[in-house]
Design a protein around this ligand. Structure first.
Ligand SMILES: O=P(O)(O)OC[C@@H](O)[C@@H](O)c1c[nH]c2ccccc12
Length: 292
């Protein structure tokens, strides 16, 4: 039995979608840069515009994509993403619609897709059903911001069965021993990365990165380095110089609200919107290169 289980596990790892996440980080590292991870809300400003925006972000050089599932009570989100969530829900966007968008993106691109959503809708949909359908739609990982590792057992098991990584958040106030326990869970194969939350607060574009960001990342790195687990930074990242700073000491930068807001500004003109997304991502991607 053990032998059979062992071979099944190995086979799983070879085909695990999550491995594409590690490959994206490794490729960027070989190129001397951090990865760029745009976040977009499924169905915002509309299904068609969100799909076009995702493809434009990929054309602009996104290394991975975070796809947001709208939720009625996005407690970790600021005004920009709360508004996008509300609008997407108004358009009837649900998990099925999000999986359809993921499938269409995966049909056009091999860029790893990470589904980002709150736990309640996933629980209501069915944890195993969600993981099975997310993997079938081409997703490589999941971020469930309101699910701490100690409560993540059932989802972690269902995700790993489908070869999906479950990516956990580490806020800047997290004590070292808590970081160590989160890293231990996050490092289990098939693995993704650690999402380092740059600031204490909600999502939303900021003008400046927090002054203590580098020392926070160094603190997480002390726990993650033995596992060789990549660190991505999100929250507030909006300018090319933010990405340039993050590239110096982290492995990835996540940009959400600034991009979602840009979509909103160009919602009236699809062509202008796609060009604006592509050019914005290009400007950020140019700064992912580590300066010597
Ligand atoms: O919007 P910002 O400040 O650029 O932060 C990224 C964030 O949008 C994205 O990663 C995200 C969207 N919703 C979330 C909820 C919790 C944690 C992270 C997120």
């Amino acid at each position: 039995m053990q032998q059979h289980k062992q071979s099944k596990t190995i086979e799983h790892h070879e085909a695990a979608p999550a491995q594409r996440i590690g490959h994206a980080f490794a490729q960027a590292s070989r190129e001397g840069r951090c990865v760029l991870i745009p976040y977009l809300m499924c169905g915002f400003p509309s299904v068609e515009q969100s799909l076009a925006a995702i493809l434009a972000a990929i054309e602009g050089g996104a290394d991975l994509i975070e796809l947001g599932l709208p939720f009625s009570d996005p407690l970790a989100d600021g005004a920009t993403i709360q508004h996008a969530s509300h609008q997407a829900l108004e358009h009837g966007i649900n998990i099925t619609a999000c999986l359809s968008i993921a499938r269409q993106v995966a049909a056009h691109s091999s860029v790893p897709l990470i589904l980002m959503g709150y736990y309640n809708p996933v629980l209501a949909y069915g944890v195993q059903r969600f993981c099975r359908e997310a993997a079938a739609a081409g997703a490589c990982g999941l971020i469930i911001p309101d699910l701490p590792p100690e409560e993540a057992g059932p989802l972690l098991e269902a995700a790993h069965e489908q070869g999906l990584a479950l990516i956990f958040l580490v806020p800047p106030t997290t004590p070292d021993e808590r970081i160590a326990s989160i890293v231990r869970v996050a490092a289990q194969e098939p693995r993704g990365f650690i999402y380092c939350v740059s600031l204490s607060g909600v999502t939303g574009a900021r003008d400046r990165l927090p002054p203590h960001l580098q020392s926070f990342i160094a603190r997480v790195r002390r726990q993650s380095a033995p596992y060789d687990l990549p660190l991505a930074v999100g929250f507030g990242v909006s300018r090319p110089e933010h990405v340039a700073e993050i590239a110096r000491y982290a492995d990835g930068a996540v940009v959400g609200s600034a991009l979602v807001h840009l979509l909103e500004r160009h919602a009236a003109d699809g062509e202008a919107q796609r060009a604006a997304v592509r050019d914005y991502i290009r400007s950020l991607r140019a700064c992912t290169v580590r300066q010597p």
